[in-house]
Design a protein around this ligand. Structure first.
Ligand code: URA
Length: 190
């Protein structure tokens, strides 16, 4: 079965399993992901915000605009990569996702990665990083590829700052852009 069909099935599974019913009740829709299911690179953010909730697509608001800018600077566009979040429903008032919400969606994120089989996973911000690289601090390891065991396979994680955190912080913005521009080089070396 092709990967897009498998992702569609996964979405149906999440809906029928009634994951995080309180979040689901307040959200417009579940936001599974966007981009190319055959991509080598998967980006994982935190959770949908207002625009994402309305449009049903991840990273389409201000943070998404910056993500698109960084992709363009690295000669990539959204159809070359796959973009998702750890939590698939918008938390009310854009609050941080709760530990139990991240835990509830984690197995589905793993299934998503098993379907896509990317070479590299880029975590955006600490919420998605902490599950792959527990006990690490993003300020110490941002931009550095880390090899982890993932089921029977090895997976490379590149932890980056979250584009929303970098939007209004000039220093973090240039650090994030610098880290981002190293990604194609890291990919080449794998
Ligand atoms: N921030 C995220 O982490 N994810 C989105 O989809 C949008 C903003």
């Amino acid at each position: 079965m092709n990967k897009q069909l498998q992702l569609d099935e996964l979405k149906a599974k999440i809906l029928s399993a009634n994951i995080c019913p309180e979040l689901a009740a307040q959200a417009t829709q579940l936001v599974l992901g966007d981009g190319n299911p055959n991509a080598d690179i998967v980006f994982i953010g935190e959770a949908p915000g207002k625009n994402e909730d309305e449009q049903g697509l991840p990273f389409v608001g201000a943070a998404g605009k910056f993500l698109n800018e960084m992709l363009a600077a690295a000669n990539l566009n959204r159809s070359d990569v796959y973009i998702t979040n750890i939590v698939k429903y918008r938390p009310p008032n854009n609050r941080d996702p709760l530990p139990e919400e991240k835990k509830a969606f984690w197995p589905y994120l793993l299934k998503q990665l098993q379907i896509i089989q990317p070479k590299v996973v880029i975590t955006l911000g600490r919420h998605s990083m902490e599950y792959f690289l527990p006990d690490m601090r993003i300020s110490m390891i941002h931009g550095q590829p880390k090899r982890i065991q993932f089921g029977d396979d090895k997976l490379v994680i590149i932890p980056l700052y979250h584009p929303a955190a970098a939007l209004y912080n000039g220093g973090m913005r240039s650090t994030l852009m610098e880290d981002f521009l190293n990604v194609p080089e890291i990919l080449k070396k794998l």
